[in-house]
Design a protein around this ligand. Structure first.
Ligand code: NDP
Ligand code: 8X3
Length: 246
């Protein structure tokens, strides 16, 4: 099950897991895109689409609770749905942007996990992959609330790992650096010029790079779990240091 499968990493995760024989539950808010991706991947595997907003607690539990019995054996949950909104000084940032980021990146991830866990617990196995960010590792200027939500994803991943030990469920946090998806277009609210400038002068990660690494974490034996993984392009050392040319 992949949240936020309509674009970027989530779409690439769906393609990668489908190519490797997984049945897929894909989720997102944009129903037209969900249906198009379902149609495309159905040539390779069985796909079930769930249309809901992870910020909406009731809708999240209702959608996941509606899964037919044959779709409830979820082996891998990738909590990927998320976003940054704005790049502003803390005193100038929008409260609405902050709330959307907290409600999506943290609360949404927690709702989805809580709704899926009973299925994994029943099966005494499962793997939750939470998509954090290098923004969880170092806070950068004007990153305030986004960095806080991703630090929280790191913390909740640690908490899940401890509390789920007794159920044999793996928890992996993956922290990618800059990757060119729709992320920056969303962050800059549709300003494509400002968004593409983020990637000027270096080759960022692609969504497929992140999908390859995420898939790898699911290929290890049952007794082996990658807990925390940071992945950047070669031109990025961490949130703060890039080698840009031109
Ligand atoms: P995209 O904007 O390309 O994709 C984001 C996905 O999240 C979309 O499928 C979107 O679907 C979904 N989404 C957003 N809000 C909600 C919501 N409220 N309910 C359900 N789904 C939602 O960005 P990325 O693929 O880059 O981002 C994926 C994750 O990776 C995010 O958590 C992001 O913070 C993280 N990340 C991104 C990095 C980057 O540089 N790109 C680096 C590090 C981490 P829809 O709009 O249809 O709902
Ligand atoms: C996305 C990468 O550098 O914009 O999480 O925080 S960054």
């Amino acid at each position: 099950m992949i949240t936020g499968a309509t674009s970027g990493f989530g779409k690439a995760f769906a393609a990668k897991f489908a190519a490797n024989g997984y049945k897929l539950i894909i989720t997102g808010r944009r129903q037209d895109r969900l249906e198009a991706i379902k149609k495309e991947l159905e040539h390779k595997t069985a796909v079930h689409a769930l249309h809901f907003d992870v910020q909406d607690r009731e809708a999240t539990f209702k959608a996941i609770g509606s899964l037919p019995a044959e779709w409830q054996d979820i082996d891998v949950l990738i909590n990927n749905a998320g976003l940054a909104l704005g790049r502003d000084f803390v005193d100038e940032a929008s409260l609405d942007d902050w709330e959307t980021m907290i409600d999506t990146n943290l609360k949404g991830l927690m709702y989805v996990s809580k709704a899926v866990l009973p299925f994994m617990i029943k099966n005494k196995k499962g793997h939750i992959i939470n998509i954090g960010s290098t923004a969880a590792k170092e806070v950068y200027e004007k990153g305030n609330a986004y960095c806080a939500t991703k630090s929280a994803v790191e913390a909740i991943s640690k908490g899940m790992r401890i509390d789920l030990l007794r159920h044999g469920i793996k928890v992996t946090a993956i922290h990618p650096g800059a990757a060119e998806t729709e992320f920056s277009v969303v962050r800059f609210k549709g300003d494509e010029g400002q968004a593409s400038k983020v990637y000027d002068g270096f080759q960022p990660l692609s969504a497929e790079d992140v999908a390859d690494v995420a898939f790898f974490t699911t290929t290890l034996p049952p007794h082996v779990c990658i807990n925390d993984l940071v992945l950047t392009c070669t031109a990025q050392a961490n949130s703060l240091y890039f080698y840009k040319q031109g």
